[in-house]
Design a protein around this ligand. Structure first.
Ligand code: NAD
Length: 368
């Protein structure tokens, strides 16, 4: 049976294959098909026109103004991301409008990118390639013009041991590192035990000459003991959680890290105080950073992180960690964000179930 003629506005082209799934079910889909996000005014206008569903990305601020415009008509906001800090959850709950997200399908892509960023900054991939490209590779020399830092055998602190933090650890084991974990909300002890078993097996098989360990520690211990600190937390501002993550990595946190340590951030920009980070990098408080996310995106031209003095030890990426072809675009809800996004949207509109029991609805609490 064809679905009723639902109207959807997508603030971005999340991929034709997935959007065509909606069209093939009789949905009327309007797409804001531009490189940049639509102005909020336009989103409100579209919502006020009576659409049933709004597809959003992390670039769209969705709050009471939007929900008010959709009072009585807007039935779901489907976010094409796992993070949803751009959506005001309290406002969505007040208006009793469910919103969905796309967990799991981007976990592996994001975790592998974090690991690649870590290797990239530690082993100086960017400055060393530039040397060749700019024809400044004068001669092979044991230590000139610079050296990188090995990853094998080092200690990595994983801050946030949810889906992506755990996927990162699974991959990092092969690099023979010790792992320090910090998560004040969710301690994945069974998972950690399995990682330890794998580390022990690698030792028994002679894949590594030394035993490696994984354990939960305090934030202070994680920061002080690590050669690399990788962030995998959601952005939670003051008042949104008992343990907010806004500026979790601030001046005092950076001062706890070793001067030889690197910070890797694929979570959200505001988890790190960028001014404090730039100052710490300049003063040699830490050795370097690899950043995929920023307090303001795209990264402003005058950001202190662009300081040419920092260029060799700071890697900057355009919120790219989940940007694998399949991960971003597959219409398969078990493979792609776009697929999971539209399937979650259809489930809310078509299943007839309470949002409280629909997978990928974030704010289930509003419907219980
Ligand atoms: P998740 O919810 O599975 O895991 C997050 C973990 O952080 C949870 O275990 C939670 O308990 C923990 N946490 C919460 N507050 C904390 C705190 N104060 N200190 C330490 N840990 C805390 O989420 P996920 O799927 O692993 O995704 C994590 C985040 O990564 C997303 O919210 C999103 O912002 C970001 N992300 C970025 C990209 C990218 O392209 N750069 C891609 C995917 C996800």
């Amino acid at each position: 049976m064809p679905a009723p003629r639902y109207r959807v506005f997508a603030t971005c082209n999340i991929g034709d294959d997935a959007l065509n799934l909606l069209r093939s079910r009789g949905y009327e889909v309007e797409v804001y098909d531009h490189l940049e996000a639509p102005p909020k005014k336009l989103i409100i206008e579209k919502v006020r026109s009576g659409i049933d569903a709004l597809i959003t990305t992390l670039r769209d601020p969705i709050d009471a103004e939007v929900f008010e415009a959709g009072k009585g008509t807007l039935k779901v906001v489907a976010q094409d991301a796992v993070g949803f800090d751009n959506i005001n959850r309290a406002d969505a709950n007040r208006y009793r409008i469910p919103f969905t997200h796309t967990p799991d399908v981007l976990t592996e892509a994001t975790a592998e990118f974090a690991l690649f960023m870590l290797g990239c900054v530690a082993r100086k991939l960017y400055p060393s390639e530039r040397l060749v490209r700019e024809n400044r590779w004068g001669a092979w020399h044991p230590f000139l013009p610079f050296l990188g830092d090995e990853v094998t055998g080092k200690t990595v602190a994983v801050i946030g041991t949810g889906r992506i933090g755990q996927a990162f650890m699974k991959k990092a084991v092969a690099l023979d590192v010790n792992l320090l974990c910090y998560d004040p909300v969710y301690q994945a002890q069974d998972f950690i035990n399995k990682i330890q078993e794998e580390m022990d097996l690698r030792r028994r098989h002679g894949f590594t000459s030394e035993g490696r360990t994984v354990r939960y520690v305090s934030l202070e211990e994680a920061l002080a003991g690590a050669d690399f600190v990788t962030l995998h937390v959601p952005l939670l501002r003051e008042g949104e959680a008992a343990t907010p993550t806004f500026h979790l990595i601030n001046e005092s946190a950076l001062r706890l890290m070793k001067p030889t340590a690197y910070l890797i951030n694929t979570s959200r920009g505001p988890v790190v105080d960028e001014q404090a980070l730039a100052a710490a990098l300049k003063q040699g408080v830490i050795a370097g950073a690899a950043l995929d996310v920023f307090e303001k995106e795209p990264l402003p031209a005058d950001s202190p992180l662009r300081d040419p003095e920092l260029e060799d030890r700071v890697r900057l990426f355009p919120h790219f960690a989940s940007a694998g072809r399949i991960t971003r675009l597959s219409p398969d809800p078990d493979k792609g964000m776009a697929g999971r996004c539209v399937h979650a949207l259809m489930a809310v509109l078509e299943s007839g179930q309470s949002p409280a029991s629909i997978p990928y609805v974030v704010n289930k609490e509003a419907f219980q």
